[in-house]
Design a binder for this molecule. Structure first.
Ligand SMILES: Cc1cc2nc3c(=O)[nH]c(=O)nc-3n(C[C@H](O)[C@H](O)[C@H](O)COP(=O)(O)O)c2cc1C
Length: 339
């Protein structure tokens, strides 16, 4: 593909508290061609925080992988590069999109959008020091969706090789419609690849996003929660205009077992249960009669208890869907950004 930094047009977006090795591997198994770590705080990495290092856990088959950094201090961002593993990192992304108050009040994440000159300096420094391509993930602006074009141009001037834009402003958080026109204006006015993010929950929404913005590809975040099949769906829809059948409850149970197993291999038992509980809720979204199973999953203390609940979900045979996963995904509550 010409001028493409990523080997795929359909990318698993970074999600704090979610995009761990297990989650990435599950999505890679269903057609995700590129994945990111969750945002990694540059300063914490420099202080060699154990928790932060754990977020970098990867393996050979977890490729290609982008690492996303969060921060607004040049010295820490540059030093963080030296703390990253020497191999297995395809590109470094800077986060200028996280809208959470506790992040932006420090001038990080989408807070960087208020200081385009600083953002450009940080990107230039990363480009100078990184031994791999540097990318930027941003929002349309802080409060005005026209701000994004200046930022995108500055990123291009800084030597960034691709940008991804969540087509909302920081002030919008996750509310309101994504702004296709503002994103199209950015795409039209820079030469580097531009990827679109926001509300891509199925093949049709991906197609509309690509057609209306001219973007080079899409990042998928909430639509992948409990739904790794979204990558296959988008692929099929864009290639053939067809929509594959929604996975059956038996298929969902099989993936849940695999995902839980990966969590067990990566984490201690207690952590594996806590991490997987939220996925149980997401995987079972849209199915009938799951309320009690989900309540039990929330209270589960051991992986064995979670396995029993997956069996219970599976054993009734073909469990009916109340609504397609893609519709349920749009109403997903947003987990808080972890400390
Ligand atoms: C729980 C959650 C955590 C997120 N964490 C990050 C993050 O660490 N870095 C980032 O750039 N964006 C993060 N995002 C934003 C997503 O990558 C994406 O741009 C946004 O959710 C819009 O896409 P969607 O409608 O497909 O969810 C996060 C989103 C969610 C829902």
């Amino acid at each position: 593909m010409v001028n493409m930094i990523y080997p795929s047009r359909f990318i698993l977006a970074p999600m704090a508290g979610i995009s761990d090795l297990a989650f990435r591997m599950i999505n890679r198994g269903y057609g995700c061609g590129f994945a990111f770590t969750e945002m990694i705080h540059a300063r914490s990495l420099c202080y060699e925080s154990r928790k932060t290092y754990d977020m970098l856990r990867s393996q050979e088959s977890d490729q290609p992988l982008g690492v996303q950094l969060l921060g607004n201090e040049e010295a820490y961002l540059v030093r963080a590069l030296d703390k990253l593993p020497a191999r297995g990192i395809h590109s470094i992304d800077l986060n200028a999109g996280c809208p959470q108050p506790k992040v932006v009040k420090k001038g990080e994440g989408a807070g960087l959008l208020k200081d385009p000159a600083l953002l450009q300096r940080l990107l230039s420094a990363l480009v100078r020091h990184a031994s791999c391509p540097v990318t930027l993930k941003m929002r349309l602006g802080w409060s005005d969706s026209r701000e994004g074009l200046d930022i995108a141009r500055r990123a291009e001037d800084a030597g960034v090789q691709a940008i991804c834009v969540h087509a909302r402003t920081q002030q919008q958080m996750f509310s309101g419609a994504v702004n296709h026109a503002a994103l199209a204006a950015i795409k039209k006015n820079v030469r580097i690849p531009v990827f679109a993010s926001g509300d891509i929950f199925n093949g049709l929404l991906a197609k509309q996003m690509l057609e209306q913005t001219g973007c080079d590809g899409v990042f998928i975040a909430r639509g992948s929660l409990g739904n790794p099949w979204i990558f296959r769906e988008i692929n099929d829809y864009l290639r053939h205009g067809t929509v594959p059948p929604e996975p059956s409850s038996a298929q969902v149970a099989q993936v849940m077992r695999h995902h839980l197993q990966l969590c067990r291999e990566i984490y201690e038992e207690d952590a594996a249960v806590v991490i997987f509980r939220k996925f149980f809720i997401w995987y079972t979204r849209g199915f009938a009669e799951v309320k009690i199973l989900r309540q039990r999953a929330n209270d589960a203390k051991t992986c064995a208890a979670v396995e029993t609940l997956i069996e219970a979900f599976d054993e009734q045979g073909a469990r009916a869907r109340i609504c397609p996963h893609s519709r349920a995904a749009g109403t997903m509550p947003l987990p808080d950004v972890p400390k």
